[in-house]
Design a protein. Structure first.
Length: 327
């Protein structure tokens, strides 16, 4: 390929990107009380936000519905043609219908509106023509403005769908802010994702009860090792407790290796309190597991005791536990 041909391609691509970026930037000029009204309608709804649109607008609508659903606003996408053949039965009183059409004259979309109103739904239109049929039928309008497409024929939805996506995201994010929807709520809807795993609590992955080896400081090292071996999951540490049940220290596989390296095998009968790590780093059960990970990394340790507010051990989190949840 010639350099001239390649340069021409890149120049055209850059032109399209600038054109679509301009369409998105101009959306700010169309933000007014109608946008705020749309936010109010969504927040006041006791039902779901149902998104509909035909063709490319419908694809944008499906994405917006997914964004809304994942950020605290129950939502689903309703194909307008299928709606006209029975799927309108999915609409319920109290739902909000977000209908998307650049021209505002999409027959399949406009045909839904009277029935949606009869069922008790309110209607938000997203269109480039607020004075269109759709705009006049709606309770409020999200105006994308008169957008010229990046297509050389000025026909294929390009800049208009970029504007729809950006304005829909703006609606979703403003609603998210006003719902006070945070990282933890987001994680609930994304349990398989990396964020969801990072926002798990220590109590969800820690070893507790039968999997938690608790030993008194007077117990001999040999017996402590037997206790660790017999504990389900074979943890790499035992927690040493005081008479009042509070944490006194921790005895780990590393402590055992250091004892063996000393060549004093006879000391295996000595109290574990002579070899335990004192004042070990600890964490609470309600802490995030990403905090436990950071603690292990910063202090180069593989086990962290989990303590309640009174200093009593209620669990143990091992580096292997973090690997198991793919953190």
């Amino acid at each position: 390929m010639s350099t001239e041909k390649q340069d021409a391609r890149l120049a055209r691509a850059a032109e399209v990107i600038r054109h679509e970026a301009g369409a998105v930037a101009r959306l700010e000029d169309h933000l007014d009380e109608r946008f705020s009204r749309a936010v109010d309608l969504v927040l006041a709804s006791k039902g779901q936000l149902v998104v509909t649109g035909m063709g490319k607008a419908g694809l944008i609508g499906a994405k917006l519905s997914a964004t809304l659903a994942s950020t605290g606003t129950p939502s689903f996408y309703l194909h307008p043609a299928e709606a006209l053949h029975g799927d309108l039965g999915r609409l319920r009183h109290g739902d909000v219908l977000l209908a998307i059409s650049n021209s505002g004259e999409t027959d399949e979309v406009n045909a839904i509106i009277p029935v949606a109103r009869k069922l008790g739904a309110v209607v938000i239109a997203m269109t480039g023509r607020p004075d269109s049929t759709l705009g006049q039928l709606a309770d409020t309008v999200l105006d994308i403005g008169r957008v010229e497409e990046a297509c050389p024929l000025k026909l294929a939805p390009t800049a208009s769908t970029s504007a729809m996506l950006a304005l829909g995201d703006a609606l979703a994010m403003v609603v998210l802010d006003e719902r006070d929807f945070g990282r933890e709520e987001y994680a609930v809807f994304h349990p398989a994702g990396a964020l969801g795993r990072r926002l798990m609590r220590v109590r969800e992955v820690m070893r507790s009860e039968k999997e938690l080896p608790l030993v008194p400081g007077s117990m001999g090292v040999r017996e402590v090792l037997i206790t660790m071996t017999r504990t389900p999951g074979r943890p790499g540490a035992a927690l040493v407790i005081e008479d009042d049940g509070k944490l006194a220290g921790i005895f780990t596989d590393g402590d055992l290796r250091r004892l063996l390296d000393s060549g004093e095998l006879a000391r295996l009968e000595s109290p574990v309190s002579d070899f335990m790590g004192k004042n070990p780093k600890s964490i609470g059960p309600e802490a995030l597991i990403e905090e436990a990970q950071r603690l292990m990394q910063e202090h180069h340790i593989d086990q962290v005791p989990v303590l309640d507010d009174d200093g009593h051990p209620v669990g143990l989190i091992d580096v292997q536990d973090l690997l198991d949840v793919r953190l």
